[in-house]
Design a protein around this ligand. Structure first.
Ligand code: ZN
Length: 164
């Protein structure tokens, strides 16, 4: 699985591309990008929850990747976004939509970086399409390249001051 920073970084970069090139800054305020970035890390809540459960029960527990990486969560947020939009609540619809996007990107990235098996929980289907490669050795380099490319992109478009 990618580093926590990679999850947040890639999610924010993708949301920011949508913000700049599709929706525009007015319709897509920056806090939505931040919220999406946090949602991009949310599925890994199962790591501290495993520690907590282990601590409380005196056992070694590891739920990582078992439940929270299921695509059912982004689907539920997408459903909530549709309902809220339909009810005319555009603010909370947008909030739900970026959470859905961030949450969806997490297991997608995990899969792309080397494979998780419970994307369809609670259904019993196991995934076999995630590539099994060894890009794990390059995680830090991937972060560095992404960050530099993004900074150059922002500088070229005179937007770097957005972040400072
Ligand atoms: Zn994960």
């Amino acid at each position: 699985m990618p580093y926590a920073v990679t999850h947040v970084l890639i999610t924010i970069l993708i949301l920011d591309l949508f913000r700049h090139y599709i929706f525009g800054k007015e319709k897509f305020p920056r806090y939505l990008v931040v919220l999406g970035g946090i949602a991009g890390l949310a599925p890994d809540i199962d790591i501290p929850l495993s520690w907590l459960y282990g601590l409380m029960t005196g056992t070694v527990a590891d739920f990582h990747g078992l439940f929270t990486h299921s695509l059912i969560f982004p689907l539920l947020f997408l459903l909530a976004a549709s309902l809220l939009y339909w009810k005319g609540n555009k603010h909370w619809a947008a909030v739900s939509l970026v959470i859905a996007a961030g949450w969806f990107l997490h297991p997608t990235l995990d899969c792309f970086f080397g494979g998780y098996k419970n994307l369809f929980w609670p259904l019993p289907w196991a995934t076999s399409f995630c590539p099994e490669w060894t890009i794990g050795n390059y995680y830090a380099a991937i972060d560095a390249i992404l960050l530099v490319v993004w900074m150059v992109h922002e500088e070229v478009h005179k937007r770097i001051k957005d972040y400072i």
